[in-house]
Ligand binder design. Structure first.
Ligand code: SF4
Length: 273
C-alpha cells in the first residue's frame, strides 16, 4: 500500500521493510483493535457505518494509510506532555488540568452499552472540555467555514458528559484544529456545554442497536435487502469508512457510499437521511 523507493536495490528493500513495520505496528495499536463504539464514533452521521461497526461486520478494505493517524497520535502525546509540564494548582489545591484522563460517558452492567474514552484535556479553571484535531490545512479551512460537523460536535459534548460524571462542572466544549502546514495555524470551535446533545446521541446509538438486534434483523440473516433499509447520510465520510467498496452492488460485501450509481440502481437513495 505504501509508496516506497530507495537508492538502489538495497535501499528499496530497506524502504519496503520500514513501510511494512509502520503499517503492521499501526494496524495492531490499541486504538486500531478497539471494537466497542467510542465517543469519537457515536455521532457518526452514517447509521449504516455504525451498524457495520456494532455488528463487527468484516471490513471491505484494509485500514488504509496509517501515516495521518500516526502523526496525530504523536501530536496528542506532545500536547499531553506540554500540559502536564505546565500543570498548576487551583486555589483549592486541586490540579488545574486533567490531561488524557479516561472518563465514562455512560456506565452499564452490559459491557457493550458502556461508552468511555480518554478526554484530551479538561481545564478546571475555565470549565472547558478540550479536544485536539490535527488536520490538513485545506481541511482546517473547511472546519473554519462550516463548523466541526455532527460527529466532532457530538464527541465534544459526550466528553463533557464524561467530565460531569466524573464530578466536574463543564461550562464549555472546544475543538482545537491545528493545521499540518509549514506555518502554525490554529482554529478553535467552541460552544457552551449542552448535556442534551450527548444524551440525544446516546439515545440514537441505542435505537440503532435495537434495530440491528431486532427479530426482523435476525430473520433477514442480515442480507443485502436488510442492509438497504439502514440509512446513510449526506454527511457520511465514505473515504475513511472501512466498509466503503466503490461500485458495490452487495451491501454484505461493502457499501458503495453515498454518491455511487449503485445507490440509485437499488432504489435506496430516498433512505439517505
Ligand atoms: S461507505 Fe459511506 S455511506 Fe457506506 S457505510 Fe461507509 S460511511 Fe456510510
Amino acid at each position: 500500500m505504501a509508496k516506497t523507493t530507495g537508492s538502489g536495490p538495497d535501499g528499496e528493500v530497506m524502504a519496503a521493510r520500514i513501510a511494512d513495520l509502520i503499517v503492521h505496528a499501526a494496524a495492531n495499536a490499541p486504538r486500531s483493535l478497539q471494537k466497542r463504539i467510542g465517543p469519537s464514533e457515536v455521532g457518526d452521521p452514517c447509521e449504516r457505518r455504525l451498524a457495520y461497526k456494532l455488528l463487527d461486520w468484516p471490513a471491505a478494505r484494509d485500514d488504509g494509510d496509517p501515516i495521518a493517524s500516526i502523526i496525530g497520535t504523536g501530536f496528542h502525546t506532545w500536547m499531553e506532555e506540554t500540559f502536564t509540564t505546565r500543570q498548576a494548582a487551583l486555589p483549592d489545591g486541586r490540579p488545574r488540568y486533567k490531561v488524557e484522563e479516561r472518563v465514562t460517558v455512560r456506565d452499564s452492567p452490559v459491557e457493550a452499552a458502556v461508552v468511555a474514552g480518554s478526554s484530551d484535556l479538561y481545564d478546571r479553571a475555565t470549565g472547558t472540555v478540550w479536544d485536539w484535531k490535527l488536520v490538513g490545512h485545506t481541511t482546517l479551512d473547511d472546519y473554519r467555514r462550516k463548523g466541526p460537523g455532527p460527529q466532532y460536535r457530538t464527541q465534544a459534548h459526550l466528553y463533557g458528559l464524561g467530565q460531569e460524571n466524573a464530578g466536574e462542572q463543564p461550562q464549555r466544549v472546544a475543538i482545537c484544529f491545528v493545521g499540518r502546514y509549514h506555518e502554525l495555524r490554529v482554529h478553535v470551535w467552541t460552544e457552551p456545554y449542552n448535556r442534551q446533545v450527548a444524551l440525544d446521541a446516546l439515545a440514537r446509538l441505542d435505537s440503532i442497536k435495537a434495530r440491528i438486534t431486532s427479530s426482523e434483523a435476525y430473520s433477514s440473516e442480515y442480507g443485502h435487502t436488510w442492509w438497504t433499509q439502514i440509512p446513510t447520510s449526506e454527511q457520511a465520510r465514505c473515504r475513511f469508512c472501512p466498509w466503503f467498496k466503490p461500485g458495490s452492488a452487495d451491501l454484505t460485501a461493502g457499501c458503495p457510499g453515498t454518491a455511487q450509481p449503485a445507490d440509485q440502481r437499488h432504489g435506496f437513495e430516498s433512505l439517505i437521511a
